[in-house]
Design a binder for this molecule. Structure first.
Ligand SMILES: Nc1ncnc2c1ncn2[C@@H]1O[C@H](COP(=O)(O)OP(=O)(O)OP(=O)(O)O)[C@@H](O)[C@H]1O
Ligand code: SF4
Ligand SMILES: [Mg+2]
Length: 352
């Protein structure tokens, strides 16, 4: 068992039955393309998932699989040549697709907040830290007394573990971990219902990564927000999230509780991801998925993973697998599994 798997088995006590939880955000068949002179890049190819109240959902997958595009799509921040081609996004029962930009602006930060990839590097170098947070508050809530805003910002600092002395500092005077926590403070300053943290721990050293990850967890506990955490680090995901959605080439191929996914990943791509977690305890060669990725403008018919899948079958080349709940709360899109009349799941390759 790898360290990530071990560390997760230590945290399974917090596992929760999400069947009883209230859905907060529902994404249904979301499709996003980027138009290019050589054709449309299909960045998000019809994904569906639900985020529950108080849940942290991890979104993982290799670079370019569409994680950030999904996040921007949910907040309707996709810039040309990108555009949402179809699908529905429901927040607390209200469909967000089709809302005017004016109406949507009211929801950003107050209901839906994004801590974008590389956020700490986009802090304004000419503005003091407190001015940048105050800007967000005043833009959404209007002018208010300086003392009131100062107290709110100092309270936010406390929540994210920043010392009050950085109040008057500029971003360049802060460490990477501190800057990232300023971005988290900005993300939660209007008490949103849903926070999407896109690679908030990437580009930080391992120790600082943990501190920032703990900060996100603390924020979630204190404010009771629901969170989508985008990242690559499966070890960190194991400790941080309740469920994981695995993305490949614009599609979600498996979605399961973190416990199930680490214990028994079902989709061949999830299996590779889990197998690739380095372990010092059992030294093993790093697994690399062989094969080539298809052209995102021209996906092959059938399964999106067929060119790299070690179990590819004839049916995979013609029929697209759909997401099926093969185990309780474990949905997988793969032809490898058949459900018999008794409802038992069989692995076709294993029984051949
Ligand atoms: N402006 C653009 N024009 C054309 N294609 C784009 C554009 N922005 C993104 N893409 C493509 O959309 C796909 C998804 O990109 P996205 O940034 O969402 O991936 P990601 O999963 O967030 O990757 P990473 O882990 O590297 O952040 C990729 O194939 C990417 O090349
Ligand atoms: S559907 Fe076929 S190609 Fe796709 S992951 Fe499953 S076995 Fe592999
Ligand atoms: Mg990204």
């Amino acid at each position: 068992m790898s360290e990530a798997q071990t560390s997760h088995s230590n945290t399974t006590a917090k596992a929760k039955n999400w069947a009883d939880a209230k859905p907060v955000l529902k994404v249904d068949d979301l499709r996003i393309h980027y138009e290019t002179p050589k054709g449309a890049v299909i960045a998000v190819a019809g994904i569906s998932f639900t985020l529950y109240e108080g849940e942290t959902l991890g979104l993982v997958g290799e670079s370019g699989c569409g994680k950030s595009t999904t996040a921007y799509g949910i907040l309707q921040l996709i810039q040309p040549p990108g555009h949402i081609v179809g699908g529905e996004i429901g927040l607390e029962g209200k469909n967000l697709i089709g809302l005017s930009e004016r109406d949507f602006r009211r929801l950003r930060w107050t209901k839906l907040a994004l801590i974008p990839q590389g956020a700490m590097n986009s802090l304004n170098p000419t503005m003091k830290v407190h001015e940048q947070i105050a800007d967000v508050i005043v833009t959404h809530e209007g002018r208010q007394s300086k003392e009131k805003i100062k107290q709110r910002i100092l309270d936010l600092f406390k929540t994210v573990g920043l010392p009050a002395r950085i109040y008057d500092m500029f971003p360049h005077e802060l460490s990477g971990g501190m800057k990232q926590r300023v971005c988290i403070a900005m993300g939660i300053c209007l008490n949103p219902t849903v926070v999407i943290a896109d690679e908030s721990t990437s580009a930080l050293d391992v120790v600082v990564q943990r501190v920032v990850a703990q900060t996100l967890l603390k924020v979630k506990e204190l404010l009771g927000v629901s969170m989508i955490m985008i990242g690559h680090d499966m070890g960190l995901m194991a400790q941080m999230v309740d469920r994981i959605a695995v993305m490949y080439a614009g599609k979600i191929v498996e979605i399961a509780s973190v416990h199930s996914l680490f214990k028994e990943p079902m989709h061949p791509y999830s299996q590779v991801l889990i197998d690739s977690i380095p372990s010092l305890k059992e030294k093993k060669p790093l697994k690399i998925t062989e094969g080539i990725t298809h052209d995102p403008r021209n996906p092959p018919p059938g399964c999106i993973f067929q060119l790299r899948c070690p179990h590819v079958m004839d049916v995979c080349r013609s029929k697209e697998p759909v997401m099926r709940e093969l185990k309780p709360r474990q949905e997988v899109a793969c032809h490898l599994y058949e459900v018999d009349a008794k409802g038992e799941v069989k692995n076709v390759a294993a029984s051949a």
